[in-house]
Structures are given as C-alpha cells and as structure tokens.
Ligand binder design. Structure first.
Ligand SMILES: [Zn+2]
Length: 588
C-alpha cells in the first residue's frame, strides 16, 4: 500500500480501543502493517459543510454496507463515526483524512470533488469481512498533481453507455468520482438522429443529461464534446462536406458554404440549450474521426476550415455557459500526410494572428504516442495541454468483446511520455471492461502513481486482499498474450468463424492457461458477492475466453459461446453494433 505523501501513520487501534464496541481481531501474518486492525460493527456518517455533496453520505454508506454486515445507519449512536467535511484551506481540490477523537475520523476536502476523492481513498484503504468493517488507517493530506481529471463516455453504437440502465451508469459515475476523476464529458452524436426534435434525439439528451447530472451530484464538472462540422442524418445534401479520404459519417457539412455554417451554428445553439440543465463547464470541439472537409475552401481542415468553425462556435457556447471553457482538440492533426497535411502549421499561424479563442488544447494519437509535432514543439499559444488516452480499443476488436483489457505496462509507457506535458486529460471509454485502466489513469493524474500499485489497491478493494498477487500476475500475462504477436490485432466480429478463418492470432507459447489458473486460484478466496460481481466476471471471462481460444488454436467453439453470451449481458450489448458487441458464432 503506498502513501501519496509521506505522513505519520496514526494507530486507530489506540484511538478507539476504549470506546468502540469492537471485536479484537487476529490478523494473518501476511497482512501488511497498513491493514486496518479494528473491526467495527456500526458506522455513523455525517456531513459538515455546504460543499460536501449531499449524496456522498449515501454513497459511502452503500459501499460499506455492500461489502460487510456492519450497520450503517447514519445515527449518532454508532461505534465509529465518519465525518465528511468541507475545508477550502486544503487547496487544489485535495483531501485530508484525520482522527478527530476516539472512533471519529474526519475526511475533509477542498470542494466537492476533493472530499469525494478523500472518501474513495478511505473506502479503498478500509477492509471488509464477515465480521464487520475495518476502517482505513491512512492519515494525511493529499492534493492531485493534475487539475483536469476527466473521463469521456462514448455513447454510441449501442455500447454500454448507450444502452445500460441509467441508475447502473450513475453508480458507475460515483465510483469514478471516488477514484478522483473530476470531469465527465459526453458526446451527443448528431448523426444518429434527424434533428433535435427526433424522439430518439430527445431520449439521448435525457440520457446524457442524466449522466452529467449524476456527475454533478458527486462534485464533478461537466463537459460536452462536439465535432467541428457535425450534422444530423438528414442534413441537406447540397451543404455537405467533401469527406474523401476521411473517417466520416458522410452527413457532415462544409465550413466554406455560408448556409452550412449558419445551419450548424443553429444546431449547436439548440444542442447547448438542450443541455442547459447541466450547464456544461467545458466544450471540446473535435476535428477528425469522424468529421472534416477536404474541399478547396476548407483544407487543410485542421489548420483552416476547422479553426473557422470552432471560432464561430465559441461565442455560441459562451452564451449558454458564460464561464465555460473551450478545449480545441487536435486529434489526428497531420495524421495522414496527404489528407491532413498542414493542420498544426495552420493552427500556429492562426494563433500568430490573434489570441486564442479557446482555453486549452487536447491532443492524442491512435498509437498512444505524442504526435510528431508535439514531440518537437511546445504547445501552440503556450496553452495547457489535455491528453486523450485510449484505454478501450487497442489490440482487440470488438472493443470489450473478449472481457477485461487491463494494460498497465502499456499505459505506464504512454504516461511516461505524456505525464510531464499535460495538465490532465480524459481517457476514451467505450464501456466498463476497461475499469482497471480507468483506475490506473486516475492515479497517474492524482499522483503519478505506478500502474501496478494502483492495481494492488484496486484488487484488494474490489475483489479481496488475498487476490492481489495472483490477479496481478494474471493481468501481466493477459496483457502480454495480446502482445506476443507483434503488430497483430485480435479481431473477430462473430458469425461463421470458418469463412475466412478469423484473424485471431494465437501462439502455442503463451500464458493463457496459467492466467486462467491464477484467476481460478484467486476466485476460490473471494466472497460470493464478489465472485458474481461484474468487475470480477469481466476479468474472469477474459481469462476463460483466452484460454479456450488458445486451446482450440484460435477457433471459437461451443465452449466459448456461453462466455461471450455472459459478456453481452454484462455489457447490455444485446443490440450493440459489431464493433462493441462481444462476438458469437451465431450473431442472432
Ligand atoms: Zn468544405
């Protein structure tokens, strides 16, 4: 167990020994000194301060009650009291955890996201057993090193965020806030709909407002993402963009046609009004993938047409969110030297002519590296840089289709390059199967914490302390299996696997059987509720699927059918499109 800052550890045992109705607890020898050693059977939780999220009491109570039989009733008569407090003197959205009396622990935060992150730290530091609750013993003050700790939920293709029941996603948002994320961004993807009045568009607005509302309730900021020349499915054909050579839906409009610009600004105005209830704090405007226009007037899109559009969109957004900040995305800038050439140069020239009309720059590339431009140059305009790490899709298609995809080694390598350059970022997420990756990134942003340390904390809290070593080793193997065949992708979208042979690339010399065995060993020591939890199942299923596929030389069999079917249920992917639907031999 690591400490974020070097602080003296206070013995909770000494503090509460006289007053708590505790059962003396015998510890197995292997348990580290930081492991809580007092069992509490009743917990009271209270709030102190207007900026402590109202919901936080309930969130913490539910996490404790779900994991152990301790009575969490919020009343003052309980043996152990947790006080959730507001303390702006901590600064930097940090938190402080301290003893304030026998059996009384105070978690204070600078603002709502600080106290929520502190509560998360305390919950993960605590232990849970059939005899009750062992309060976490870490004490001290911790402040995040990166101010922008975002998460992007891609809600499309009928993936998890598109189709899962909203209360389930709301709970998931709470979990992310407990890990220290302080911003949630979503994209209202126009191309799915025929205008804002389309009932399906209204349904999506309601869903996304619900998720952003859930984020606000736990102290997170909210953010909308759009494409610079985004359009609805029924956009006027005569106003459309030339998307030759681009990843595009084909409905995008051209920024060099005045009627198209007017139309798009009207749509954005309407969209921002539709999200007024959650008043987004940020707007991210994206250039490519999808989007863009390569007509004479717009190209190079990223350094020309896109900048004209984003400059026109900025005041529209600020009318709705006067204090809102605008993030200009440079995703895929100069990516293809024929289609995208001149993007960065165009941006630099634009900023030479006038001060920026946006507040931050977002960057990212498919391979996870800093773009060539940023490797050689400072950020244009000297603006803060936001990262956009990919945690969902690498090396496996369908995304999430084979279960959990933890990749600590890869993410650590990416962070080494990006960490010193960014003020934070938002990972791109397609679902819950990358939950471990999210935890890893949250701790990069908080304290540059090594990925494996975060996994240890994750496994001890979400599974069981006894599972830490076998699961960590299994994760190392599962990550390496994917990389055994250099530059090969695992790709199989279901259907008849014999025609042609799936592009699953399998090696005889692998660790799949060993990974499965380690996971089975870990599973034997898990409480029943954990064994059936989605967080465990997505990881266990990955081990089972990899082993079954490797054993059959890459060919899915009757043995893999129920495994993929379970993933579909967990991901609510019954109606998902092939890119995000776990594959089955019979897609029906
Ligand atoms: Zn154009």
């Amino acid at each position: 167990m690591s400490t974020l800052l070097s602080v003296p550890r206070v013995s909770l045992r000494r503090a509460v020994a006289l007053t708590i109705a505790v059962a003396a607890c015998c510890l197995p020898a292997a348990v580290t000194a930081a492991t809580p050693d007092v069992v509490v059977t009743a917990v009271a939780i209270s709030r102190d301060g207007d900026r402590v999220p109202e919901l936080l009491e309930t969130i913490v109570a539910r996490r404790i009650a779900d994991r152990c039989p301790a009575k969490v009733d919020g009343s003052g008569s309980s043996a152990f009291t947790l006080i959730l407090a507001d303390d702006p003197t901590i600064g930097g959205e940090g938190y402080r955890i301290e003893d304030v009396g026998p059996g009384r622990v105070r978690i204070a935060g600078d603002g709502p996201s600080g106290v929520t992150a502190g509560a998360g730290r305390f919950l993960r530091d605590s232990r849970y057993g059939p005899d009750g609750f062992r309060p976490g013993r870490w004490r001290g003050t911790s402040r995040p090193s990166k101010p922008f700790r975002g998460m992007y939920f891609a809600s499309h293709f009928h993936n998890y965020y598109h189709d899962a029941p909203i209360p389930e996603i709301e709970r998931y948002v709470e979990d992310l806030a407990l890990w220290g994320f302080n911003t949630l961004t979503v994209w209202f993807d126009m191309h799915h709909f025929n205008g804002m009045a389309d009932p399906r568009a209204q349904e999506m607005v309601n869903r996304l407002c619900g998720l952003l509302g859930a984020a606000k309730r736990v102290g997170m900021r909210t953010s909308l993402s759009i494409l610079g020349n985004e359009a609805y499915a029924d956009s006027p054909r005569e106003l459309r963009a030339d998307v030759t050579g681009l990843w595009a839906f084909g409905v995008e409009l051209c920024a060099s046609k005045p009627a198209a610009v007017e139309r798009m600004l009207g749509w954005f105005d309407e969209e921002f009004a539709a999200f007024a209830a959650v008043k987004p704090d940020y707007l991210t405007i994206g250039p490519y993938d999808q989007g863009g226009c390569v007509c004479e007037g717009c190209r190079p899109w990223g350094g020309n047409g896109f900048l004209k559009m984003s400059r026109a969109i900025a005041p529209v957004f600020r009318r709705h969110s006067p204090d809102g900040k605008i993030i200009l995305a440079t995703w895929l800038f100069d990516f293809d030297r024929h289609v995208h050439k001149g993007d960065w140069d165009g941006l630099v020239r634009a900023l030479d002519k006038e001060p920026p009309w946006f507040d931050m720059i977002l960057a990212g590339t498919h391979n996870g590296r800093l773009s060539d431009y940023l490797q050689k140059h400072p950020v244009p305009g000297g603006l803060p840089l936001i990262g956009f790490p990919e945690i969902s899709m690498r090396g496996m298609t369908p995304w999430g289709g084979f279960g959990a995809n933890p990749e600590p080694a890869h993410l650590q390598g990416v962070w080494k390059e990006w960490g010193p350059r960014v003020v934070g970022g938002f990972p791109y997420s397609e679902g819950i199967y990358e939950d471990i990756n999210k935890a890893i990134v949250s701790q990069f942003y908080w304290s540059d914490r090594p990925a494996e340390e975060t996994i240890r904390e994750y496994v001890a809290y979400e599974y069981a302390p006894s599972a830490v070593e076998p699961v960590l080793e299994a994760i190392r193997l599962l990550e390496a299996i994917r990389l055994l065949e250099a530059n090969q992708e695992r790709s199989w979208k279901g259907g008849d696997f014999t025609l042609p042979r799936t592009s699953l690339v399998m090696s005889k010399d692998h660790g799949a059987a060993r990974a499965r065995k380690l996971l089975e060993e870990a599973e034997a020591g898990l409480p029943a509720a954990v064994r059936s939890s989605w967080r465990w199942r997505v990881l266990m299923l990955r081990g089972l699927i990899d082993d079954a596929l490797f054993a059959a030389d890459g060919v899915p069999t009757a043995a893999t059918d129920p495994l993929f079917a379970e993933l579909i249920r967990l991901h609510h992917a019954e109606n998902a499109e092939p890119d995000v639907r776990p594959p089955t031999r019979n897609p029906q």
